[in-house]
Design a protein around this ligand. Structure first.
Ligand SMILES: *Cc1c(COP(=O)(O)O)cnc(C)c1O
Length: 426
């Protein structure tokens, strides 16, 4: 039995030797808050504030249309190249723009066309609902009898890998999976699943939204051909920041893009009436790039590149490992149960806990009544509280404080002061 005080002193010792501890200074301070929702919306880097001021007042306000030639036209490529470094891809393999959902549509359309004759689309119950909607809508609009099969997992946490293996076969037109799943944080072994697909002669689209910036992703090394991912979570790119897509070099010529628009044209400024796609991954540009939002992604990327994904992953596991250890001792006896993998090898950077009073406990964390700092995790129906540990700014002390707070809320029945009505965005 370790006392809570022992956990607190261990947390301060870990923080004192944490090689990434200084990075919290590079974010706009939120001293009155413990923020554990970086897996939904990352914090604001200080450098983004001055960059945005320059972008808006100088580049847009003063330079106006001249900025396109001075700087803006190459900006998407320049930032995409930094994302490429983060996910182990070539600089010419990442397109940046549009939402994750739209990028998934573009890639999935291309794959279904490429594998025409095969009718099965495989995903799982752990995938993000928007991905499932995109795949359903695509199957419906093609009207060619594609079937989306959503594979069940085994315990709400782990996928059923033998079932997945059976379903990745000669009939499979497309597989779409989240590398780190948004509820349980299960982390797929990308290399192993890629080789299943390769054997079956089919393609996987990996959704990296919860993985990029939190775990090590090596698209090329693991033989991945296609991926999409978002930039407003662990990349700290800002609300609704443009997403990216990855197509391996070998595959770029073979995939058809369903949206033909001028920025994806080989020579957009010739204003020809005939569409001729670019030969590279920028054929996916569906229109003028959103320059301000794209620019805002860079400072967050720089922080991750500077730290290196190996250190980021190490810190992430140190935070979630401490959380799990303290959870077992202080929260399990209070009716909480673990809804994430125990094994760190299969766990991303958030940890989910279930509790029958999950929603109200979450409200009590966010709206404390006794003058302590609010703690912001997030809630997912029906009873899941997700704690996102962002290695660039979260500390071990915050982890232990959160455990103590959760125990107090249940022990003293503080959650009873909150009602069960849900807010629009949780
Ligand atoms: C956050 C997230 C998205 C976001 O999709 P948008 O279309 O960019 O809103 C998609 N997929 C997964 C797995 C996510 O976690």
């Amino acid at each position: 039995m370790t006392t809570f005080e022992t956990f607190c002193s261990r947390a301060s010792e870990l923080d004192a030797v944490d090689p990434l501890a200084h990075l919290v200074e590079r974010f706009v301070p939120n001293p009155e808050l413990i923020y554990l929702d970086g897996n939904s919306l990352g914090r604001l880097p200080k450098a983004t504030v001055s960059l945005m001021e320059d972008m808006v007042l100088h580049q847009w306000g003063d330079r106006l249309i001249r900025s396109w030639n001075e700087h803006w036209i190459e900006l998407p490529q320049k930032i995409a190249a930094k994302i490429a470094r983060l996910v182990g891809a070539g600089e010419d393999e990442i397109f940046l723009g549009d939402s994750t959902s739209v990028n998934l549509f573009k890639l999935a359309y291309g794959v279904l066309r490429y594998n025409n004759g095969r009718k099965l689309i495989i995903s799982d119950e752990f995938n993000f609902p928007s991905d499932l909607y995109v795949l359903q809508g695509l199957a419906e609009s093609l009207g060619q009898g594609h079937e989306l099969r959503i594979l069940p997992g085994i315990d709400g946490i782990h996928p059923d890998l033998p079932l997945l293996e059976q379903n990745v076969n000669q009939q499979t037109a497309l597989v779409c999976l989240s590398h780190v799943t948004f509820r349980s944080a299960y982390l797929y072994d990308m290399a192993a699943i890629n080789s299943l697909a390769q054997k079956a002669g089919t393609q996987i689209i990996w959704d990296l939204s919860h993985a990029v910036g939190s775990v090590e992703v090596n698209l090329k090394e693991t033989g991945a051909q296609l991926a999409v991912g978002c930039t407003y979570k662990y990349l700290n790119g800002g609300p609704g920041a443009p997403a990216f897509l990855y197509v391996s070099r070998e595959f770029q010529q073979q995939l058809f893009s369903p949206i033909w628009a001028w920025f994806g044209h080989a020579n957009p400024f010739e204003f020809s009436q005939h569409y001729e796609p670019r030969k590279d991954v920028w054929k996916y540009a569906a229109g003028t790039p959103p320059i301000l939002s794209i620019a805002a992604i860079e400072p967050g990327l720089d922080l991750l590149l500077e730290s290196g994904m190996q250190s980021v992953r190490q810190k992430s596991l140190s935070l979630s490992g401490l959380f799990l250890e303290a959870y077992r001792q202080f929260l399990e006896p209070l009716g909480f149960s673990l809804a994430s993998p125990e094994n760190p090898r299969y766990r991303g950077s958030h940890v989910s806990l279930r509790h029958s009073e999950g929603y109200r406990i979450c409200q009590a964390l966010i709206h404390p009544m006794d003058g302590v700092k609010p703690i912001i995790p997030d809630f997912r129906n029906p009873d899941l509280i997700r704690f996102g540990f962002a290695p660039l700014y979260n500390t071990h002390t915050e982890v232990v404080t959160t455990i103590g707070r959760l125990a107090d809320i249940v022990n003293h029945k503080i959650y009873l002061h909150f009602d069960k009505t849900r807010a629009a965005v949780t």
